[in-house]
Design a protein around this ligand. Sequence first.
Ligand SMILES: [Zn+2]
Length: 597
Amino acid sequence: MAATLNTLWRFVKRLLIGALLIVVIFAVGLFFISAPPKANSELLFVGGDIITMAGDTTTEAVHVKDGKIIAIGNRAELEKQLDEYAEIIDLKCDTLLPGLIEPHTHPIASALLGAAIDVSGFKHNNRAEVIETLQKAIDGPQLSEWVIAFGWDPVMVADLTPPTLAELDELSPDRPMLILTQMMHDAYVNSAGLRAAGINRDTPNPPGGHFLHDANGELTGTVREVSAINVLTQALPKPPTGVTPLLVNNQLNRYAKAGYTTVGVLGPVGRSNDPLGLLEKLSDRASVRTITWALPDQLSSDAKPTTGDRFSLRGVKFWMDGSPFAGGAAWQQPYENSELVRQRLELPENHSPTLNLQTTEFEQQFLAYHQRGFSVATHAQGERAIEVVLNAVEKALALSPTDKQRHRIEHNALITDAQIQRAKQLGVELSFFIDHLWFYGDRLPEIIGDERLQRYMPLSSALSAGHKITVHGDHPATPMNPFRSLRTAVQRQSRKGGQTLGVNQTIPMRQALEAMTINAAWQLGMEDKVGSIEVGKTADLVRLSANPLKLPVNQLQSIEVRQTWLAGQPVDSRKISRANLRLLLGVLGKLGGKNQQ
Ligand SMILES: [Zn+2]
């Protein structure tokens, strides 16, 4: 009897503990997710600076209904039209802008590399510190079979000579190790990593990429350009089912938190079996719209551009040259012969890299995608690379004239005035990687000399030629911060401050803001829907703690993003949101054995 009572008591106790646990989990869950920002189908924004970005107009009030902007103007007038259930949002002297648009970023790579060992110049001052971080991570708990590090930066970290294969093998003799450089155009891999990826001295280079060899033909462990790095990333172990969507969704939240409502995915790079399917699947509940330019090998032969509201496949992405900071930029004149270029980047005297792609082959592919209705975006930093792209556009347009696609050139570090003019005539859009000046401006004289630095990322010249220019952060190549990019576009200073790097190329704040709103909408083919506060457009909005047009330029980075709205709905960009929890439960369910794939 006592034994039975005991058993019963143990049973009841377990039941009680179980019930208590459930209550606690629910309470915690409710605390975090029960109160997403209040949603109302009709809103009136008042009480702050409202910058429409349609011309240089401001307005007193914005009336939003069912996701659309239905009126702007005088507060008292608009209040009269309000439904009784409408919510009046008092901005309390904050500033309302159209949601920011990032025209060139990589959410999947950002999401996955966010989990890698950070060896970046943002956190390390010298080589010893970088190696110490690597060693600690290798000796520490092992989450994955591979050691994956990101951010190796020989330009920002002054004594960072490249690692030799022997050094990599000594650091990690057994576990495969992959170190990606900050600009993601170079990677270093140890012998175990080469073996795991099936790369040996006889492995042919993929198109546009290189597995570097020494004088004896042995692999050095250095891997150059995206196509070759992709061979390595494809060999990485798959994360558990469901983890990648969760991480990517978190990354999309980060854009919303930073003030963006739309992002251009200029090549969905990063380990994923079906990157386009993943972005499309997440788009229903994601915090931002994603407009995608796919890699050629991610597109089936019958794939067509799409025009979805939250996700669309707009184009295809090519890399014509590489990064200025890895010796890959195809300048007209060679690289400088500085210590940085010769010793740390290990480049030969008068270095002048070959282009990643064969001209004729590129022109054929360009024409084919052009005729299938895709916008072609091509990474081109140096004048030689840009020239090849412009030639390809000209030939494609001669055979199939259209002004619909808005082909793009990405980064444009040393685009010349003549090329800017030619791009304008051909309807080619220009997007600039302005943050190079902030992070690397002090080192650029060692790479291209002072004279060429004056016209590096020539925003002003492009504006004068009538271009609707944009600026981008190319994350994870730089940490996300639109206000730093704005500041750099206006001021052209490095993060150390001081000298203006190219006085003739600074631009006014309003034009910099246009580059991140209305112009970016144009480059993404979304100008009818987003990019400005105008009647008929979708209510994608961002509330800022200060007006960037009134703030001293040096204080731009103090601006806080208070809230974004996507189609009139406040975006829940908290770490634990409903969309995240759904994905997290999916992961737990799969780890628990259900739905194993
Ligand atoms: Zn990029």
